[in-house]
Write a protein that binds this ligand. Structure first.
Ligand SMILES: [Mn+2]
Length: 332
């Protein structure tokens, strides 16, 4: 009993969840959406909530706003993510794991059309774009909030839902080692394991499934590593040319930046992803003291203290200079 109480979030979050569930009961045309460039928390928490609402009242639609990386194709309910016509009636849009409307890609248009928007997220930079905002920056993953939400709905967490939630929480905590991991994280995951999910298979799918193309991309980009401040800052880059050479996609860079942060001297790791000639996506990770969400905020990006990102519309070498200057300033 005591454990159940401890997992629960604070009162105001609970009230917001009750209000959100009332909207789910009231409306017919309900859509779920998450951000572009989907990750495990995005897809896992979306499918978990989709399956729960399916059990709760049925008729839920999940909007596809980007391609699904191959790592997550094993997830139960992955086929629920589809293209939908913006001209269909839409009453309620539930956004997951997205800090602002722009991150939703074409989901933004659905948000504009919807009568109500529920915003469920854990990014500290969330701008509360919803009519109901269930935003909990202390949660390691949106999957943790969705776990609470499904409990509030009084929907039974079955193996499929638990598999999706485990994936969401495991990926956003780097397999439960990042600083966002709390005792609540472990309590929730303990509840998920109780359901009898196949953790071994999930972990092989998530972490022991790297293609050879991706491995070669890793080796090549690690060769581009440059360090600054006596090895405290590490920068690597992935160019379009490299992707072409290994027939890889930008999503294949997943895990690269953690590898750089794993170097003993590194405090800030930076990955530069060349999307286009004049568009570079910057990913930052820190180890102990630098708040990288503050750095990314300056360039209209966002994220978390130890993991953040932004986009800079410059050529790759120029972007490197701009972001490096900002990073180095944070060490003063
Ligand atoms: Mn997340």
């Amino acid at each position: 009993m005591r454990i159940k109480e401890e997992i629960g979030m604070n009162n105001s979050t609970g009230i917001l969840m009750v209000e959100a569930i009332e909207l789910i009961k009231r409306y017919d045309n309900i859509y779920l959406v998450s951000h572009v460039q989907p990750d495990g928390d995005n897809i896992g928490s979306t499918l978990a909530l989709a399956k729960a609402i399916e059990k709760f009242k049925g008729g839920i639609k999940v909007i596809k706003v980007d391609d699904i990386p191959s790592d997550y194709q094993f997830l139960p309910g992955i086929d629920m993510i589809k293209n939908y016509d913006i001209n269909e009636p839409i009453d309620l849009l539930i956004s997951l794991d997205s800090s602002d409307l722009n991150r939703l890609g074409l989901g933004k248009e659905f948000a504009r059309k919807a009568k109500r928007v529920i915003n469920i997220d854990h990014h500290i930079t969330n701008d509360n774009f919803g009519d109901i905002n269930i935003v909990s920056p202390s949660s390691a993953a949106t999957g943790e909030i969705v776990y609470e939400f499904i409990k509030k709905m009084a929907v039974d967490i079955d193996k499929d839902i638990a598999t999706c939630l485990y994936t969401a929480i495991s990926t956003d905590t780097g397999s439960f080692i990042y600083s966002n991991t709390t005792y609540k994280t472990h309590l929730i995951v303990a509840e998920l394991l109780k359901v009898g999910i196949d953790v071994e298979t999930i972990n092989i799918n998530l972490y022991q499934n790297r293609s050879m193309a991706r491995t070669k991309l890793f080796i090549d980009s690690m060769n581009s590593l440059e360090t600054y401040l006596e090895g405290k800052v590490g920068v690597i880059a992935v160019t379009q040319e490299m992707l072409k050479a290994y027939d890889a996609k930008m999503e294949d860079t997943e895990g690269l930046i953690s590898f750089v942060r794993g170097i003993d001297s590194i405090e800030v790791a930076c990955l530069l992803k060349e999307i286009d000639k004049n568009e570079v996506k910057v990913s930052l990770r820190s180890k102990k003291r630098i708040d990288v969400s503050r750095i990314c905020n300056k360039f209209n990006g966002g994220g978390h203290i130890r993991a953040a990102g932004c986009t800079i519309n410059e050529r790759l070498p120029v972007t490197k200079d701009i972001i490096l200057e900002e990073i180095l300033m944070n060490f003063r």
